[in-house]
Design a protein. Structure first.
Length: 90
């Protein structure tokens, strides 16, 4: 399952990042992409997702939380999804 916020998808009309990231941590979703995230949205859920075996990065592949975008994955698909997002950005 892919959950997206800010660009269509099942959570597109919802502004919170915690629910989507927690779906990844729980193993319900493989990917959660949030395009309008503030540092306050991301900071608390990064360790939860990572402790559950997932990965977090911004769209540059860095762990910075101040870029406005957050990619949470199950860890296994992170690099592939990041490459797809980068390709889509041009």
């Amino acid at each position: 399952m892919v959950a997206a916020c800010g660009k269509g998808g099942p959570l597109s009309d919802w502004d919170g990042v915690c629910h989507g990231a927690l779906l990844v941590a729980a193993g319900v979703a493989d990917v959660f992409l949030h395009l309008k995230a503030g540092p306050w949205d991301i900071a608390a859920v990064v360790p939860i997702v990572e402790e559950a075996g997932g990965r977090f990065s911004n769209l540059d592949g860095d762990r910075g939380i101040s870029t406005g975008a957050a990619l949470f994955t199950n860890g296994r698909v992170h690099d592939e999804v990041l490459e797809l997002v980068r390709t889509d950005r041009g």
